[in-house]
Design a binder for this molecule. Structure first.
Ligand code: HEC
Ligand code: HEC
Length: 450
């Protein structure tokens, strides 16, 4: 018996200090179990409203595109967590499906709790009168930024940094509002003018549903018809369970219904260790106080200095830079250069299904991504090109004058040339094993009931 316990202590990845400070917790962890199982509060499973049913038909309607061959699902594939299929960093759209996009396609899962774009700590003020962004920027200017650590991720919530919104730059606030973008974007569905799209809606197989929901005169006002269509798609994304299933192994583990393997447990501990991965500082992995499941993002923006991706055609122009919050696709924050290079922290749920990572899809495996996090400033030559003089151009996808915006203070991005990397090769594999538990559709029989 004693021998078995000693073996558990010395062979498990649970650190000795936890055995000393919280032996019960350490014991359950070492067995692969969640020491504090919770009941997760997930969105109720209700039948789709008539509005959301219409939205579903529109989501899959290829007629709305210029090519007649592209729907929302062409880029946001339901079999890949409504994310992209394959390794291409950007998707082709337009009339001949040959106009390249500029950014990687994000997953549409788990956006139902995305707060609106703000700068400052009060993101849940509810019905308060919104403070203009310009005033928020001025208020934020005098505040020092708090370090983000996995041990106290909530401390960062007091940061006066940009957060929330949809798209990699946060430029739209609600699912109902944003959809105009892809529908009309010439590099995406390229739907044409508002009257053109309205005509397609009026002649669609769902026209009767439209009139039933919005009244017989809905097609008399093309702008209104298009707005209602957008609203319907937004409702579909909010109501349909497939956009927030919470069926990953990690969700089962949180509820005490699954057991981590040794490797998954090691990865989980590294993900949460402020001196190692520190990933949970930004990719929050604990349920909220009221039992809502974690979304693996703090909804904040960061400049990670992701390398420029030469495979994106727009990048052939050396003067072109995608700077996230400060443009060019977002236009209201162009002068706020302190935010240049910052992009929204995405969810890591279902990340293992992706083959393109970061806003510009520059990496194709989780191994490359984590290697970048831990070796960016130790072996920069691995990630960035060299100039004519042979010097490595660090943070090459941001113009030199904004490179100071890159995060060099939060672990694991705080290392210097002579430092050891925050994670070894073997530890990177362990973190990947943990990320694999975030994929929805876990079905194996829960060990507790075996
Ligand atoms: C040609 C590919 C393509 C098509 C078609 C497309 N999208 Fe997207 N979608 C993208 C890309 C790329 C982004 C990220 C763009 C950005 O951040 O600027 C995106 C972003 C989004 C976002 C924001 C997600 C987030 O994480 O903030 C939503 C919501 C969205 N699309 C919904 C839709 C809907 C609804 C449709 C159909 C009307 C659609 N998309 C059609 C490529 C596409
Ligand atoms: C300081 C905050 C921060 C920390 C710490 C952090 N991340 Fe991120 N993560 C981000 C941001 C911001 C992005 C998006 C950056 C971009 O695309 O330019 C991102 C993107 C990612 C992506 C790409 C997801 C996608 O859909 O393309 C992965 C994978 C990822 N992070 C994993 C990790 C892991 C693993 C760790 C720990 C080793 C970690 N992150 C630590 C902020 C952070």
């Amino acid at each position: 018996m004693l021998l078995a316990i000693a073996a558990l202590i010395f062979c498990s990845p649970v650190p000795l200090r936890l055995w000393k400070s919280a032996p019960r917790e350490a014991f359950w962890l070492a067995l692969g179990q969640n020491p504090h199982p919770v009941k997760l509060r997930v969105p109720a499973d209700a039948p789709l409203s008539a509005m959301a049913q219409l939205g579903k038909r529109l989501f899959y309607d290829e007629r709305l595109s210029a090519s007649g061959r592209m729907s929302c699902a062409s880029c946001h594939n339901p079999a890949f967590a409504y994310g992209p299929v394959g390794r291409s960093p950007v998707m082709m759209g337009g009339p001949h499906m040959s106009t390249p996009g500029v950014r990687a396609v994000p997953s549409l899962r788990y956006l139902y709790r995305q707060p609106p774009f703000t700068i400052g700590p009060d993101i849940e003020t509810g019905n308060d009168i919104p403070v203009p962004i310009s005033r928020q920027v001025r208020a934020a200017a005098g505040h020092a930024r708090v370090l983000k650590t996995a041990q106290a991720p909530q401390a960062a919530a007091s940061n006066l940094v940009p957060q929330g919104g949809l798209f990699w730059d946060g430029r739209a606030d609600t699912l109902e509002q944003q959809i105009d973008g892809p529908l009309f974007n010439p590099a995406e569905m390229d739907g044409g003018t508002v009257p053109e799209v309205a005509r397609k809606l009026a002649s669609g197989p769902y026209a009767v549903q439209f009139e039933r929901l919005f009244g017989p005169s809905v097609f008399a006002d093309p702008r209104m018809a298009v707005d209602e269509a957008m609203f319907a798609i937004g409702r579909y994304e909010i109501e349909d369970r497939s956009f927030h299933p919470f069926t990953s192994k990690y969700d089962a583990w949180l509820q005490g219904r699954a057991r981590f393997t040794r490797e998954e447990l090691a990865g989980y501990l590294l993900f949460n260790d402020p001196a190692k991965g520190n990933c949970a500082a930004c990719h929050l992995d604990q349920p909220t106080a009221s039992g809502r499941p974690p979304l693996f993002t703090d909804h904040q923006f960061e400049a990670l200095g992701v390398p420029r991706n030469p495979a994106i055609p727009a990048n052939r122009d050396p003067d072109y830079y995608d700077l996230g919050i400060c443009g060019p696709y977002r236009t209201d924050m162009r002068r706020q250069t302190q935010y240049c290079g910052m992009f929204l922290t995405p969810t890591l749920r279902n990340v293992a299904l992706r083959r393109v990572f970061f806003h510009n899809g520059v990496f194709h495996s989780l191994e490359q991504v984590i290697d970048f996090y831990v070796n960016r400033d130790i072996h920069p030559g691995r990630f960035y090109p060299r100039n004519a003089a042979g010097q490595v151009i660090k943070y090459d996808d941001i113009p030199p004058r904004y490179r100071a915006n890159v995060d060099t203070v939060d672990a694991p991005l705080d290392r210097h040339r002579a430092d050891p990397p925050a994670l070894t090769r073997a530890q990177i594999q362990e973190v990947i094993a943990f990320l694999d538990t975030l994929t929805d559709g876990y079905t194996s029989t829960p060990p507790a009931r075996q």
